[in-house]
Write a protein that binds this ligand. Structure first.
Ligand code: 5AD
Ligand code: SF4
Length: 447
């Protein structure tokens, strides 16, 4: 009988990609996806360790799963697996705190899931797999199955930057880039399944330096150029990037490659040079301003997104004012902001001038207010413009489709169902805080 797999994904897009690949790995064992945890034979929590809040959610979810498992005892049971970055960082602790968890696996080991499931199915066996294996997991994974016209493609993993607040270099390990041929093969496979838009993923994706066909190193700009030649791939994005790795080639790609969407998520974290130095970001606020200037020269339509941390240790009122000033200077289409969360084992957690919670709350509210106003202004400025939109899902009302604009806004349009999964030229006629309304401009051949 077919077995059911329920995966809950926390955190970043890399985890979304990993969850899909774990489902692909388990499919040959007879596991099909379910959206209902109550009917699952196996549950995977794919976890995030980036901030404390993300980790707390995992332990409360595990509490609920424990009840479900107790309810199932004697009726085929339930395999509970914890994957991702909390598993990597806290593997032993999970096994101790949650004795009903069967499998704990780090992000580098999920190609071995079938063996782990076999081992866990033997009564009394529990599995902990958090090594960084010598052989990269990508060499052992089946070709991914596409779900819709937009897909993620992981090209790089890990990080060597060691920002002083961040756990990623510890949970995801050293930087690793997949080879150009592996990336192109995966992109072709996705295009053959109808994928039109790919988002290249990596913790430090613009640090990509994969091996090219002749053994030479390729940067991300060159890789994007080759991907743009893959028939069927109409749109390309990449995330997440570090300002230090925005090479000339990559900036030129924004000018020269029409398939590369004019939208860039480029975290800066703070606008204060003192804080940036203590964060070990290795650039100043003005370096960032100049970089954005060069990107805008190369591609005047480019819109920016970023990440900000407020309340980093030692952040003064003046430091925080510098962050607000940077946001005002740049003008973001959207951005994410977070209260600094001390992560065990990172240098910033040991700094002795931690900012108190109330101040963090106030600063977060102020940043979010400013970013929110910029996002609304950006959406309003889109009214009257025409965009190519990938119509990737039906709307709530009959006759309506929803798509994603070049800037990742949701766009609603009245359009025939035959246009689902195609890119269409739309004119924006209205702006809402989180979406746009549009009409069809011209009809393109439907695939
Ligand atoms: N506290 C708060 N935010 C953090 N981020 C990473 N580590 C922390 C931390 N310890 C944020 C950064 C990063 C995003 C993915 O998460 O802004 O860019
Ligand atoms: Fe973390 Fe990004 Fe800094 Fe790497 S570059 S340490 S992933 S914040």
């Amino acid at each position: 009988m077919a077995k059911k797999l329920f995966i809950r994904t926390y955190g970043c897009q890399m985890n979304v990609y990993d969850s899909a690949r774990m489902a692909d790995v388990l499919a040959p064992l007879g596991y099909g996806a379910t959206e209902r945890v109550e009917e699952a034979d196996m549950v995977i929590l794919n976890t995030c360790h980036i901030r404390e809040h993300a980790e707390d959610k995992v332990f409360s979810e595990l509490g609920r799963l424990r009840l479900l498992k107790e309810d199932r005892s004697g009726r085929g049971g339930l395999i509970i697996a914890v994957a991702g970055c909390v598993a990597q960082a806290e593997g032993e602790e999970i096994l101790t705190r949650a004795p009903y968890v069967d499998i704990v696996l780090g992000p580098q080991t999920y190609h071995r899931l079938p063996e782990m499931v076999a081992q866990a199915s033997r009564a009394g066996s529990r599995v902990l797999e958090t090594d960084f294996p010598a052989e990269p997991k990508f060499d052992h994974l089946p070709a991914p199955s596409a779900q819709g016209p937009a897909a993620f493609l992981s090209v790089q993993e890990g990080c060597d930057k060691f920002c002083s607040f961040c756990v990623v270099p510890y949970t995801r390990g050293a930087e690793y880039s997949r080879s150009v041929s592996a990336v192109l093969a995966e992109a072709k496979g996705l295009a053959d399944q109808g994928v039109r838009e790919i988002t290249l993923l990596g913790q430090n994706v613009n640090g990509y330096h994969g091996e090219g066909p002749g053994g030479e190193g390729w940067g991300l700009g060159r890789l994007i150029g080759a991907l743009a030649e893959v028939p069927g791939i109409e749109r390309i994005r990449y995330t997440t990037s570090h300002p230090r790795d925005m090479s000339d080639d990559l900036i030129a790609a924004h000018r020269d490659i029409p398939q590369l969407m004019p939208f860039l998520h480029l975290p800066v974290q703070s606008g204060s040079d003192r804080v940036l130095a203590r964060m070990n970001r290795q650039h100043t606020a003005d370096d960032y301003r100049r970089l954005i200037g060069r990107l805008r020269d190369a591609q005047p339509d480019i819109a920016l997104s970023s990440d900000f941390i407020v309340g980093f240790p030692g952040e003064s009122d003046a430091d925080f004012a510098a962050t607000l000033a940077l946001i005002s200077d740049i003008g973001f289409a959207q951005a994410y902001s977070f209260k600094y969360s001390p992560r065990p084992g990172t240098p910033a957690a040991a700094m002795d001038d931690q900012v108190d919670e109330t101040r963090k709350e106030e600063r977060l509210a102020a940043v979010q207010d400013l970013i929110g106003r910029q996002a609304v202004a950006f959406n309003q400025a889109c009214v009257g413009r025409s965009f190519d939109v990938l119509l990737d899902r039906p709307g709530r009302h009959p006759g309506q489709l929803i798509g994603r604009s070049p800037y990742m806004q949701s766009v609603f349009v009245t359009a025939p169902e035959t246009m689902l999964n195609t890119v269409q030229r739309l004119q924006v006629i209205g702006a809402h805080p989180n979406s746009l309304a549009a009409t069809l401009l011209e009809r393109r051949a439907c695939a």
